[in-house]
Design a protein around this ligand. Structure first.
Ligand code: HXC
Ligand code: NAP
Length: 277
């Protein structure tokens, strides 16, 4: 894959990425590594994390052989390593943060992509079903931000939360995740204000429907896919690459004065009336 950004724009940065083994956030982790950052990939399952870390490390080796200006000691592609942790468990996250600092020396950027979701009518949703999604998406995001605070303060770092657009309107069968992501947006804005004074920027990306992802598989049944696509003003589902590019931009110095923003990357989907999801 070829990047549209200048080589090495995140060189020297260290990123802690939850949900970084799969899907959209797996793509974001890869893109941040391609931009030069070292990345710690964090989630519950090594089966998700190890192949993703391996792919990044192999791409790193390939980048050395094609790029003459980069020596083995100074490659433009970052390195990845995998750490298991459940974002619902603050003690897991503290250990994962410590392991990242041990391995890469610091943390500059946190990407909160860990999430859980399923379709369920509100009247059929159990308290534990609602609570589980809020625990992963919202409380998990807080747990990670809180545990990374000392590192972020020390390094004038930044946080990038992966939100959604579901809660901008009332989305059927998505009460739990809408409540959680509305909370993620609130957390983004509040931390931007409280931690901005330490030089920590806090932003979010709100993806629309992104093709070929677990989220789409779970939420959009095959028969309504085409109808949904027609309602997206740009006429296509998002690509993981669309979110990668937004993430590299927000994490780069080009976004140095952007703080508290929720960047919608959805082809204009949520603004269009009569949406299906
Ligand atoms: C109703 C359900 C359910 C379902 C689980 N629950 N699945 N309720 N419909 N399909 C309920 C269970 O019955 C239980 O409540 C409670 O949720 C916890 O379930 P567990 O299976 O014990 O939870 P856990 O093992 O922790 O798994 C979490 C999970 C799981 C969220 C349920 O699906 C998961 O690990 N997901 C991660 C991957 C994922 O979801 N990716 C998609 C992200 S997409 P009771 O009362 O029975 O105890 C995304 C998209 C946003 O976020 C926007 C897209 C447009
Ligand atoms: P995905 O691949 O299933 O990503 C979710 C990730 O979260 C997985 O890597 C999973 O890894 C991790 N995770 C789940 N529970 C966890 C926990 N308790 N602790 C640590 N990690 C956990 O789904 P996706 O569709 O690409 O979604 C990625 C992000 O984009 C999510 O934040 C989602 O809400 C957001 N989003 C997606 C869409 C879309 O169209 N797909 C639209 C809007 C927003 P493990 O199973 O290994 O833990």
């Amino acid at each position: 894959m070829s990047t549209i950004f200048v080589d090495g724009i995140l060189k020297g940065r260290v990123v802690f990425v939850t949900g970084g083994g799969t899907g959209i956030t797996g793509g974001v982790a890869r893109a941040l590594a391609e931009a030069g950052a070292n990345v710690a990939l964090v989630s519950r399952s090594l089966e998700h994390l190890e192949p993703a870390a391996k792919a990044i490390n192999e791409a790193r080796v390939r980048s050395l052989s094609v790029s003459q200006g980069n020596s083995a000691e100074n490659p433009s592609f970052g390195e990845a390593f995998a750490i298991t942790a459940d974002v619902r468990k603050p003690e897991d996250i503290e250990k994962a943060i410590a392991a990242t600092v041990d391995r890469f020396g610091k943390i500059d950027i946190v990407v909160n992509g860990a999430a859980g979701n399923f379709l369920c009518k509100a009247e059929e949703l159990s308290p534990n079903g609602f609570g589980t999604v809020v625990d992963i998406d919202l409380k998990g995001t807080f747990n990670v931000c809180r545990a990374a605070f000392d590192q972020l303060k020390q390094n004038r770092g930044q946080i990038l939360n992966i939100s959604a657009t579901l809660h901008y309107l009332g989305t059927p069968m998505q009460l739990h995740v809408s409540a959680a992501k509305a909370g993620v947006d609130a957390l983004t804005r509040n931390l931007a204000v409280e931690w901005g004074r330490y030089g920590i920027r806090v932003n979010a990306i709100a993806p629309g429907p992104i093709g070929d992802t677990e989220g789409m598989k779970r939420l959009v049944p095959e028969p309504i896919k085409e109808k949904l696509k027609q309602r997206i003003p740009l006429g296509r589902f998002g690509l993981i690459e669309d979110i990668e590019n937004a993430a590299v931009f927000l994490c780069s110095d080009a976004a140095n004065y952007i703080n508290g923003a929720v960047l919608v990357v959805d082809g204009g989907h949520w603004l269009a009336a009569n949406r299906l999801i």
